[in-house]
Design a protein around this ligand. Structure first.
Ligand SMILES: C[S@@+](CC[C@H](N)C(=O)[O-])C[C@H]1O[C@@H](n2cnc3c(N)ncnc32)[C@H](O)[C@@H]1O
Length: 325
């Protein structure tokens, strides 16, 4: 689909929306520009795409962006064939071929210090898990990406069910790809309360617990359990426990806002640019605004762009209320 540019007026008349966070939109509402109160403006080249929802194919839209301008990409692309009835599926056998030219653009626009979080899940085809996700990871590595980490999104509220040959899907992959080993990561931003573990595990320390026990496989992991005595906050694991959310019935696969928010806090600082190339209802953009980051959301569906525009506008209004109070 061609990119479409339209003004907030066109949007309010019900036509598809492309570019948002026009100063004009905010002016119409008689609001100051909340983000600009706290964020430095982006460079001129980027201005056209900063804090915008763009209605178009991400592969084409991203070609208009300069190299190395994005700090974080968080996204959930359409799953293979899965949701054909809502936003068009890609046949599992063609998935990697479909994805890779887009990944090439992601690689080009991402800063060498940036991160790319890809939420995806294998579907079942003819009674077995299809291998397109595994093939995608291998192809991403051939394209130059480092498969730095894999987080698991454990869905706390998935529905029970019964299948003849497996149990219910309760988790999804969150692949962490980077361009280099020296990417930015702000681990202290996602610390969690130490919890009950401390009560039992730290009460009786063995001799090994008091020494640093370095990983022998070069993973970079090492532990000295006694370091954690008396601490209230610790680093989380790579399993993220979050309930699914449905912002709007018209979009069937939304993230919970807390999911992109977690990665935004972990991998970016205020004023950084966060991209969601498969933006859907704009959850990543909402999280970016809440965290005082710039955003760019791209989606082929004008309908979803409208939903994203509504959500983002509401978020600006909330933020403005906050600044006024
Ligand atoms: C799984 S949904 C994203 C949901 C999103 N995380 C949210 O919270 O609403 C995938 C989205 O990708 C969009 N899409 C599919 N192909 C695209 C493409 N080539 N470029 C941009 N968006 C695309 C679909 O319209 C759909 O809204």
């Amino acid at each position: 689909m061609e990119n479409q540019e339209c003004t907030p007026n066109a949007y309010s008349q019900g036509r598809p929306s492309a570019l948002i966070r026009e100063p004009k939109l905010i002016d119409q509402l008689n609001l100051p520009l909340p983000l600009e109160l706290s964020l430095p403006p982006s460079s001129d080249d980027l201005q056209t795409f900063t804090d915008k929802i763009v209605n178009g194919n991400c592969e084409e839209v991203l070609k208009q962006l300069p190299d190395q301008c994005v700090d974080l990409i968080v996204t959930s692309p359409p799953y293979a064939d899965q949701r054909k009835s809502t936003y068009g599926g890609i046949a599992p056998d063609a998935y990697v071929q479909w994805f890779m030219p887009k990944a090439e653009q992601f690689f080009r626009v991402l800063k060498p210090t940036g991160s790319f979080i890809l939420n995806i899940k294998e579907r079942v085809v003819d009674g077995e898990r299809h291998t397109y996700v595994m093939e995608l990871v291998l192809e991403m590595r051939r394209q130059g990406w480092l498969w730095t980490e894999e987080y698991i999104w454990f869905k706390k509220n998935s529905h029970p069910g019964k299948w003849p040959n497996r149990f219910r899907d309760n988790w999804e992959h969150l692949f962490h790809f980077t361009r280099t080993k020296k990417f930015r990561m702000f681990q202290d931003n996602v610390m969690v309360p130490v919890g009950d573990w401390a009560q039992s595990r730290l009460r009786n320390l063995s001799e090994t617990d008091k020494r640093r026990d370095n990983s022998r496989v070069g993973s970079g992991f090492g532990k000295k359990i006694s370091n954690w005595v008396g601490r209230e906050m610790v680093y989380p694991s790579n399993v993220i426990h979050m309930a699914t959310e449905c912002y709007n019935r018209s979009h069937s696969a939304t993230f919970p806002v807390a999911l992109p928010e977690w990665f935004i806090r972990l991998f970016t600082e205020e004023g950084d640019l966060v991209l969601d190339p498969f933006n859907g209802s704009g959850t990543t953009c909402v999280a970016a605004i809440q965290q005082n980051r710039h955003f760019l959301g791209i989606d082929t569906s004008a309908e979803y762009c409208k939903i994203a525009l509504e959500r983002v506008t509401k978020e600006y209004i909330k933020k403005n209320e906050f600044f006024k109070s």
